[in-house]
Design a protein around this ligand. Structure first.
Ligand SMILES: [Fe+2]
Ligand SMILES: [Fe+2]
Length: 144
């Protein structure tokens, strides 16, 4: 069974950004499976590196999208991304600096909340903004 499951409720209605979120869910599941399987540290390091890199890549793509649609809360959203990036970097550093063979399950739960809390909260705000924009656009187009 998967540790985290993507569902339509968390869709931001942008295909490429949903695909990114799905990929992040998959990466967290891979990490969890690797911990349960007692995989070697090298493998866990690789999976965590991949997640950290992908997170950076996704944030940049998402910020570019918000800019494109003129999302008014872009600055606050960017700040939240910075905090999230700092959190994962700290968690990563902590894991590296002690002798733990794997990130703890507590860390995995925090990681789950870290991702889902943001997608359900802040990411949904740009989705709602875009939805409204499309509605207004079609209304304007329909006006003779
Ligand atoms: Fe996102
Ligand atoms: Fe975001």
């Amino acid at each position: 069974m998967s540790f985290v499951v993507w569902n339509d409720r968390i869709s931001v209605e942008v295909e490429e950004l949903d695909a990114d979120h799905k990929k992040m869910v998959e990466m967290i599941n891979d990490l969890y499976d690797a911990i349960l399987a007692g995989n070697g540290r090298k493998n866990l390091d690789r999976l965590l590196d991949r997640l950290v890199d992908y997170t950076r890549y996704h944030f940049a793509r998402e910020e570019a999208w918000m800019e494109r649609i003129g999302f008014p809360d872009l600055a606050a959203h960017k700040q939240e991304h910075e905090k999230m990036a700092a959190w994962i970097n700290t968690a990563w550093r902590d894991y590296h600096s002690n002798t733990a063979m794997a990130p703890s399950l507590e860390t995995m739960n925090l990681l789950k909340d870290w991702l889902f809390g943001h997608i359900l909260g802040s990411d949904q705000k740009y989705a709602a903004f875009q939805r409204e924009r499309v509605i207004q656009g079609s209304r304007a187009a329909a006006t003779p």
